[in-house]
Ligand binder design. Sequence first.
Ligand code: PXG
Length: 459
Amino acid sequence: MTYQNYSLKQLQQIDAAHHLHPFTDHKELRETGSRIITHANGPFIYDSEGAEILDGMAGLWCVSIGYGRDELADAAYAQMKELPYYNSFFKCSTPTPVLLSKKLAEIAPKHINQVFYGSSGSEANDTALRLVRHYWALEGKPEKNRIISRKMGYHGSTVAGTSLGGMDLMHKQLGGAVPNIVHVMMPYAFELALPGESDHDFGLRAAKAVEDAILEAGPDKVAAFIGEPVMGAGGVKIPPASYWPEVQRICRKYDVLLMLDEVITGYGRTGEWFAAQTFGIEPDTITTAKALTSGYQPLSALLVGDRIAAALVEKGGEFYHGYTYSGHPVACAVALKNLEIIEREGLVDRVRNDTGPYFAQALQERIAGHNLVGEVRSIGLMGAIEIVKDKATRERFLPGGSAAVTVRDHAIGQGMMLRATGDTMILSPPLIWTGDTIDMACERIGKALDLAQADLRKL
Ligand code: PXG
């Protein structure tokens, strides 16, 4: 029986009766009912009422090649018929994770040549945390096990992901984080730069917070630093150009491993295959997921640099870690086809040379001037719009976050899906967007801002 046999109301009732959603106030959801998305094509999603909505978030930062790609469905179908599942434990392998690993080693930075698979970004970060601690134990330094992370960082929702992340509300509900993880300031100039402080100096100061944390713990106690190259869920916070090279310099100085979480930035979003390349840094691990399959299958890949891989191989001994679905043949088949399409259509170059710069210009020329907007910023095809009450002073509306939700609701009403996080609107569209799609998005966002402004004035 297909869903078409149910009315929207029935689906909402069943949803409310049986389905616990992620990051949701369930009491509130039961009062409003969920929005049910039934199908999608290219850059558009459609809800059960037939509304066509331009998807400014690529699903949840993942559907890079857009919806409705038969080639991915065909790849999954063929693989399911040939071999739907076999495990990668006990010295077994299947062809698609083998070939995907080769492909990932080709597109990753030069010094990264090994891959460990999971099904989600959270799982990949669990792997990363365990792997760097295992690495130092293999090196005879088990006490070098602290991880430095950042406030407002998002690294997933498992216990390790939540512990690595710097979201206070998540920590409060955790009731005990993984020990030996500390959080330092984030590189968010819009709110944290001092009056008169240049972007460059602010970037160096934010990097110095990493050095201070290393020195406070003692370098022989610190295993690694982890960060998203551009903080995503925390509000598309793009660090000043001075930040990452300085963080890398500091990590090298104290022999601290550098872990990048590229679950959002990986596979072309910033105009290179990986943001490590955009920022010119050489991390020891890169966590990836989402756009690896354009969201058509759940799959994550932890890319592991030569230094850690060499210790694993040369020192030997079993790394007691892995998932039933590590290297899932169907997910890997879909990833291979997805990467082939990204390459064939030149999407990474297009973001770097064409749509990325056009997106930046369009936001600047058509959105930044609006009365409700304190700042726009973007890198490649990810962008943020800061919502403020007063453009000059950057005073926010109260209660915090309410104005951005008003903008978002109007945007959806205008046929434009984007996300509100705190007082920031965020955009992370499919990489197939063209100049025309960007124009359409700006027009709809502009209207949403006007409508929101009218509402907010009434308050
Ligand atoms: N790292 C980063 C940087 C992420 O953005 C994860 C890890 C975890 O991935 P999984 O696959 O376990 O969800 C993410 C996920 C949002 C939002 O509201 C962002 C994510 C997930 C859900 C919501 O922007 N990012």
